[in-house]
Write a protein that binds this ligand. Structure first.
Ligand code: URA
Length: 212
């Protein structure tokens, strides 16, 4: 494939799809990606290498939402593939409930902010409708917001993670939990126990929902 082009799968599946292309959700997500992947609504469109739509299972029971692509994600066009991403995979799989490829993972921003700075409010405003539409298509049973950017964008609040943790919230009827971002965990491992407890709450709720 040409530089900047994603190698194409003979089945027509995009590289971010971990399950079959045949579900309604897969088809809708693929169409939505095609609609928005050339976005130039904010200045990040002209500095990105790759648009990072998200990755995983279009019929995921749980959606993990991070902040924005970093350098590794921008390079590969896939979310959470760098150091924080490897830790996120461990966190997900430590639950013994889901494999990474069974969930869906995306970010509030689909393009990398230069130098990995925190997204600006106007970038979040421009990009949030994309995340909201992804949630409407996937209809996950649960959402886990990773860090302040995701929590604040989805809950339309300025409260800190410390304040938002330890309770259930809702996004358009979907139960939502807030925990620390895996990158914060890499800087300060004192958050490890808290993240573990938040993941236990998430899986406990999932078992409850499944039994109904
Ligand atoms: N941090 C994020 O918030 N998202 C990524 O995709 C990678 C690192």
């Amino acid at each position: 494939s040409l530089p900047g082009e994603t190698p194409s799968d003979p089945s027509g599946a995009p590289p971010w799809l971990t399950q079959s292309v045949e579900s309604i959700q897969a088809m809708e997500l693929m169409a939505f990606d095609r609609d928005i992947c050339q976005c130039l609504n904010c200045p990040l469109g002209s500095t990105r290498k790759n648009f990072v739509f998200g990755s995983g299972n279009p019929q995921a029971p749980v959606l993990f939402v991070g902040e924005a692509p970093g350098a590794d994600e921008d390079e590969k066009g896939l979310p959470f593939v760098g150091k924080a991403g490897q830790l996120l995979t461990k966190i997900i799989e430590s639950t013994k409930t889901w494999k990474r490829e069974e969930v869906f993972i995306c970010n509030v921003l689909k393009c990398r902010p230069p130098g990995n700075r925190t997204p600006l409010p106007e970038e979040v405003e421009q990009c949030r409708p994309y995340l909201e539409e992804q949630i409407r298509i996937i209809r996950p049973k649960l959402i886990m917001a990773l860090g302040a950017s995701a929590a604040q964008a989805l809950l339309k609040t300025k409260d800190s993670v410390g304040k938002l943790r330890n309770k259930w919230h809702e996004f358009e009827g979907v139960p939502l939990r807030v925990t620390y971002h895996p990158a914060a965990l890499l800087r300060f491992d004192g958050y490890k126990k808290d993240v573990w407890e938040d993941m236990k709450e998430l899986t406990a709720k999932y078992q409850q929902i499944k039994e109904k």
